[in-house]
Write a protein that binds this ligand. Structure first.
Ligand SMILES: [Zn+2]
Length: 482
């Protein structure tokens, strides 16, 4: 075929596809925009209003950009009726909430002013940042969420799926500069680290972002491994290694290192391990002599030591550039707990007032000695019974309550501990009216001098606020009374 004819034909095909692509989005259903200027006087607010004279048109433009990246057809897009945008003098950058049909977002005017000042008062760059933040946040409004991928906590699969997708949208719409792409980190770090990794996979498969978002619908429980296997036919580790080698062809072997919060005469039995390895490992293999669990693949595991003794710890790490091991012999010394034995180690039966917990968040988690799991009930107050299977009686010396991973309003605020030997007559042992946890996974201790010994204990709890009560762990310590 003559080149000119071919060129003309190709050109018309391109135009035809182009028109068709545009027409596909012609009847896009934009939500109704409600712009709420809670702040209209600060430097950041004035700047925002100057840089964005027409908020409706900018918001619509960003919404369409996001939806075109996440979806192929309008019918796939979750419909949003209202977009409530708050310009607010507050902390942080921005955040998005809402429900199925409402997007509720705020943008912090202090952040806008700070960005402007730290970028040589460059208005063009500041507007680009505002649009970038909007695109990131609007991705949260339109993306699907992974199911069964654990809680939304930094470094988790759930977190990196959500935050990586948001920055990938921002990247591929042109609102993150390529200069921010750096070697290292982990695909679960979220934000730019994950966003650029997704961007790199889109170089091989332009549909990756679309398929990644879709994968959360078909893969339950969702994981990076299953998603990359489904989309790229490769393990996430292999893809990560290839990506890291491209970013850093001179990469070196990792160095395995770790630290602990306590290691000499440990009496509270719990040790928090923190990985300090160099060279950005992405896999961790821990072995804990005498510990529960005995092995872990978490980056920073928490381990229980049931019996007094001296124990070794081994950590093996894997990075894109190799493996490394550190083996610490006789590293930890576990002493006898002065508060007595831990009741949860004993043969027991646990009964809850309500049986409404979501899967994996049942009452057994209260006495599993692990703060990584929690008990949740859709009630603002509830009791739990702890019954020793042998009829042996124990005197309670101390108890500890551990807060769960999220939502502080669900923490127990009021606690009543009761004891019984027949399961009918209950006597109050301790009462707390103002329990406050300063952070997540925090342990609060109550030393008591129980005078009587019981075979059954009842823990009554009431939360701080809202319809849900949750707790990660309860530890009861005491002595057998024979
Ligand atoms: Zn985000």
């Amino acid at each position: 075929m003559h080149m000119k004819v071919l060129a003309a034909l190709l050109f018309s095909i391109v135009i035809f596809i182009g028109c068709n692509q545009d027409r596909k989005w012609n009847n896009f259903q934009y939500p109704e925009i409600k712009y709420i200027a809670e702040d209209s006087t600060s430097e950041g607010a004035l700047l925002f209003n100057e840089l964005v004279p027409n908020t409706d048109s900018l918001f619509n433009d960003c919404i369409l950009k996001v939806c075109k990246k996440l979806y192929k057809e309008q019918s796939e897009i979750p419909q949003k009726k209202i977009f409530e945008f708050h310009l607010r003098n507050t902390q942080g950058v921005a955040a998005t909430g809402g429900n199925d049909s409402i997007i509720d977002m705020f943008l912090n005017t202090n952040y806008i002013a700070g960005f402007y000042q730290s970028h040589n008062k460059d208005k063009k760059e500041t507007l680009t940042e505002i649009i970038g933040v909007l695109i990131h946040e609007l991705t949260h409004a339109y993306q699907h969420s992974p199911i069964g991928a654990g809680g939304y906590v930094g470094g988790s699969e759930h977190f990196s799926c959500i935050e990586g997708m948001a920055d990938a949208t921002r990247l591929t719409t042109g609102y993150i500069e390529q200069k921010f792409r750096k070697p290292g980190g982990h695909w679960n770090d979220g934000y730019k680290t994950t966003g650029f990794f997704i961007g790199w996979m889109m170089e091989q498969n332009p549909d990756f972002l679309y398929q990644f978002n879709q994968s959360t619908l078909s893969i339950i429980p969702w994981s990076w491994e299953k998603a990359t296997q489904q989309i790229m036919n490769k393990s996430v580790a292999d893809l990560w290694i290839a990506y890291q080698k491209e970013l850093n062809p001179e990469g070196k072997n990792p160095v395995a290192k770790f630290e602990v919060n306590t290691k000499d005469n440990i009496t509270d039995r719990r040790v928090a391990f923190k990985d300090n390895s160099e060279g950005d490992p992405f896999e961790w293999e821990w072995t804990f002599e005498g510990g529960i669990p005995h092995e872990s693949n978490q980056r920073n595991p928490k381990v229980i030591y049931k019996d007094p003794g001296t124990y070794s710890v081994t950590l093996k790490v894997r990075s894109a550039f190799g493996n490394a091991t550190v083996d610490k012999k006789q590293f930890l010394v576990v002493g006898k707990n002065p508060s007595g034995v831990l009741f949860s180690d004993l043969d027991k039966e646990v009964i809850s007032q309500y049986k409404d917990s979501p899967e994996g968040e049942g009452v057994a988690n209260v006495f599993d000695n692990s703060s990584d799991s929690k008990y949740l009930t859709y009630n603002n107050s509830a009791w739990i019974d702890f019954r020793l299977k042998s009829n042996e009686k124990f005197k309670l010396n101390k108890y500890c309550i551990v807060s769960a991973n999220d939502s502080p309003e669900r923490d127990p605020k009021e606690i009543v501990i009761k004891g019984s030997n027949d399961g009918k007559k209950w006597e109050i042992i301790d009462m707390q009216r103002e329990v406050n946890f300063k952070k997540r996974f925090e342990t609060v201790d109550f030393d008591i001098s129980g005078k009587k010994a019981y075979s059954k204990y009842k823990i009554e709890m009431k939360n701080h606020n809202g319809p849900i009560l949750q707790v990660a762990d309860i530890l009861l310590f005491g002595d057998s009374q024979i």
